[in-house]
Design a protein around this ligand. Structure first.
Ligand SMILES: *[C@@H]1O[C@H](CO)[C@@H](O)[C@H](O)[C@H]1NC(C)=O
Ligand SMILES: *[C@@H]1O[C@H](CO)[C@@H](O)[C@H](O)[C@H]1NC(C)=O
Ligand SMILES: *[C@@H]1O[C@H](CO)[C@@H](O)[C@H](O)[C@H]1NC(C)=O
Ligand SMILES: *[C@@H]1O[C@H](CO)[C@@H](O)[C@H](O)[C@H]1NC(C)=O
Ligand SMILES: *[C@@H]1O[C@H](CO)[C@@H](O)[C@H](O)[C@H]1NC(C)=O
Ligand SMILES: *[C@@H]1O[C@H](CO)[C@@H](O)[C@H](O)[C@H]1NC(C)=O
Ligand SMILES: *[C@@H]1O[C@H](CO)[C@@H](O)[C@H](O)[C@H]1NC(C)=O
Ligand SMILES: *[C@@H]1O[C@H](CO)[C@@H](O)[C@H](O)[C@H]1NC(C)=O
Ligand SMILES: *[C@@H]1O[C@H](CO)[C@@H](O)[C@H](O)[C@H]1NC(C)=O
Length: 645
């Protein structure tokens, strides 16, 4: 009863005093009330329960709504999906429903924050620019919104923040974007915008962040991008941009981050003229493009650089000596290019360097001894160059912070024992594959207890594996293929990976002279094995029932051995199997019906064994070619000829 009286009174006040009243009234402006009521009606579900509390007519008191204390009009809708609750713990909530056009009735709006709600669908209202001229912040990221960015957006001359990232927006970007003179943050990443980046973008002289990564933008980067004198972060990565990197980019005075990686950019890397250009640049990613030419000497001017990736381009020439000036550098990736010459000794000055990847180039020896001063270096990859190292320099193995070293295909000779003596016990990754290491794997290997990856494949190692190898409780990947190792493989199934310290998923012991130990498969605590290759050895013995416990196994290759065994029905329990190769053994008996459970199997080879009987009828077994089953003692049935009754 009473509230009805107040309601009439309020309407009356509104009619008589209009918008300019000094109020805290009992009803908000009718357009605001109508707009919000319709907004609420289009939301089907609100996990946070905030909209459920939107009752009565004083929408200024509703949660998430703020009104101007002078005009009484709604100026903010603040309903983000991530908010801090009263007890200070962050809450995440979702809202499902349609973003109604009716929000444009709230003509005094300055802030719209409906971000991170996950379930908001619909478009940005096409009339937004005409209806909401006071808008300063438009934040709709993390929803399921779609459609174009309306042309009228350019009318929002007060807009400072536009966050539309992580939605399904599409279409081309309107030229009118360039009219948003006050814009400071523009983030459209992870949508499906296509076409070109409008040249007008260069008008946004207050812009600090420009993030268009993960879209489908093609065409050139605007030549005048260098006009963005306030820009700190430029991220155009993971699009399909073509053409050159505009040379004007070097004029970006405030720039700190440039990510142009994963595009189709070509031509040379722009050259800064002096140390006054891009004085604050810290992060530069140009990797995975089609850039060519040399790495410019003048990169050495950019002494603020901390992380640089030029990987996977077509860069040639040598690594410039000037890079030694980049004393703040922590990460340098130049892998996957056509760089030649030697590593300049100046790189030894990069005392902050943590990661250096030079792999997959045409670099030659010798390695400069100055690199011994890289006391912080944790990761070094020199694999697949034209290095003929003959031996691994002692100083290299003694780098005090080294945890990952990859020297694949560096023509290293000599006994593994010799090198292990210098190796730090904190090593996590050791890749010495495709060299000519000789001798045994020594017991000392067991002291590398932090090792996650051990790759000694493609060497000339001989002898049995020392029992100390089971100390490698952090091992996830072991590759010893193509050596002359012998004895048993049981140890690999006895490595008790440390609880919580990862687990062994990849095992390749193929192409050696191992003969025993397959009875241990599946007997250890290694249910995480995904890839097990023991092919091309002299393994004999029986395939144990316990093999069926390897429920994560995707690849099993025991081919080309001397295994005299029946096929255990339990193998049908390894339902993750995609490739099963058992050809060229002495397998006997039938193919168990349980193999019909291997529904993920894409490749099977049981040929060249002594199997008999009918191939179990059904998918996937009948779909493999005949050659999967040929050269057995007596297999029949689809895809081979029918069995005789
Ligand atoms: C109106 O609100 C602004 C901030 O939004 C505040 O600074 C100002 O003091 C308020 N004025 C009145 C009259 O409450
Ligand atoms: C905005 O950018 C366009 C396209 O580059 C240009 O033609 C126009 O003159 C610019 N407008 C202003 C006001 O700078
Ligand atoms: C690049 O974009 C594609 C398509 O939008 C997406 O599937 C992929 O995950 C993105 N890659 C990265 C590295 O973000
Ligand atoms: C170095 O780059 C290559 C690709 O060229 C990559 O395979 C390798 O994992 C990288 N090494 C490190 C340690 O990141
Ligand atoms: C590699 O270096 C060794 C020793 O310095 C030398 O004998 C050998 O000829 C070199 N091999 C090549 C291919 O350059
Ligand atoms: C590997 O080194 C051994 C001993 O130095 C040598 O006999 C052999 O020819 C080398 N093999 C290759 C492939 O270089
Ligand atoms: C297993 O290793 C052999 C020899 O190294 C190789 O030829 C074969 O392709 C590998 N099997 C699988 C399934 O990758
Ligand atoms: C397959 O696994 C199930 C459930 O663990 C078990 O009961 C069954 O005996 C196994 N089958 C074979 C053939 O080992
Ligand atoms: C199976 O292995 C045999 C012998 O290596 C080979 O000839 C045949 O092509 C293989 N078949 C399939 C389907 O892989």
């Amino acid at each position: 009863m009473g509230s009805q009286v107040w309601y009439f009174l309020a309407i009356f006040t509104l009619i008589t005093t209009g918008e300019s009243r000094q109020v805290s009234s009992e009803t908000c402006h009718p357009n605001d009330l109508k707009g919000l009521t319709r907004f609420k009606a289009a939301i089907r579900l609100d996990d946070s329960g905030r909209l459920g509390k939107w009752i009565g007519h004083d929408c200024c008191k509703w949660e998430g709504i703020s009104c101007s204390n002078t005009t009484g009009r709604v100026i903010q809708i603040n309903l983000p999906g991530f908010f801090t609750s009263s007890d200070d713990s962050p809450v995440q909530t979702s809202m499902k429903g349609y973003l109604s056009n009716s929000i444009t009735l709230l003509s005094s709006l300055e802030v719209i924050d409906l971000s991170g709600l996950a379930g908001l669908t619909g478009n940005i209202p096409p009339s937004i620019g005409f209806r909401l001229p006071k808008l300063k912040k438009l934040s709709l990221f993390g929803n399921k919104l779609e459609g174009r960015l309306p042309e009228s957006i350019g009318k929002l001359s007060n807009l400072e923040v536009m966050y539309l990232h992580e939605n399904s927006f599409s279409g081309s970007l309107p030229e009118s974007l360039g009219n948003l003179k006050c814009l400071r943050f523009l983030d459209l990443h992870s949508n499906r915008y296509t076409g070109l980046i409008p040249d007008s973008i260069a008008n946004l002289t207050h812009l600090k962040t420009l993030n268009f990564q993960n879209n489908l933008l093609s065409q050139h980067i605007p030549d005048n991008i260098g006009d963005l004198q306030a820009l700190k972060e430029l991220d155009l990565s993971n699009n399909s941009l073509i053409g050159r990197v505009p040379s004007s980019i070097t004029k970006l005075k405030a720039i700190s981050v440039i990510y142009l990686n994963n595009n189709k950019l070509e031509g040379e890397i722009p050259q800064p003229f002096s140390s006054e250009q891009m004085p604050a640049l810290r992060f530069l990613r140009l990797h995975d493009n089609l850039l060519m030419g040399r790495i410019p000497d003048s990169l050495g001017y950019l002494t603020s650089l901390e992380r640089v990736s030029l990987a996977n381009n077509k860069l040639d020439g040598s690594i410039p000596t000037s890079l030694g000036n980049l004393r703040s550098l922590t990460e340098l990736y130049v892998n996957g290019n056509q760089l030649s010459g030697q590593i300049p000794s100046s790189l030894g000055q990069l005392s902050q360097l943590l990661i250096l990847n030079i792999s997959n180039n045409m670099i030659q020896e010798p390695l400069p001894q100055e690199m011994a001063s890289l006391i912080n270096l944790q990761t070094l990859d020199l694999s697949f160059n034209r290095l003929n190292l003959s031996s691994i320099p002692d100083w290299l193995l003694k780098l005090p912070s080294l945890s990952q070293i990859r020297l694949a295909s560096c023509r290293i000779q000599g006994e593994l024992t010799e090198y292990l003596q210098s190796t730090s016990s904190s090593l996590q990754v050791m890749d010495f594959s495709d060299n000519n290491l000789t001798g045994n794997i020594p017991a000392l290997i067991g002291s590398l207890t932090e090792l996650y990856l051990l790759n000694l494949g493609g060497n000339s190692l001989v002898g049995e594996i020392p029992s100390t190898i089971t100390n490698l409780v952090n091992l996830g990947v072991i590759d010893l293929h193509a050596n002359k190792l012998e004895g048993s493989v049981h140890w690999v199934f006895e490595i008790q990976t440390r609880f919580g310290g990862g687990s062994l998923t990849y095992i390749d012991l193929s192409d050696n002279r191992f003969s025993t130990g397959i009875e241990q498969i599946g007997k250890g605590m290694q249910q995480e094995i995904q890839d097990l290759n023991l092919s091309h050895n002299f393994l004999n013995g029986k395939i144990p029932t316990s093999i069926g416990t390897l429920g994560s196994m995707q690849i099993l290759d025991l081919s080309y051995n001397n295994i005299e065994s029946e096929l255990p029905p339990s193998l049908g329990n390894a339902t993750s199997l995609e490739r099963l190769k058992l050809q060229k053994n002495y397998l006997t008996g039938n193919i168990p019906n349980e193999f019909l459970k291997l529904r993920k199997l894409e490749e099977l080879n049981l040929s060249n064994n002594m199997l008999i009987g009918e191939i179990p009828f059904g998918k996937p077994l009948i779909d493999f070619p005949k050659s999967s089953y040929l050269q057995n003692t007596g297999l029949c049935g689809k895809p081979l000829s029918p069995c005789r009754a």
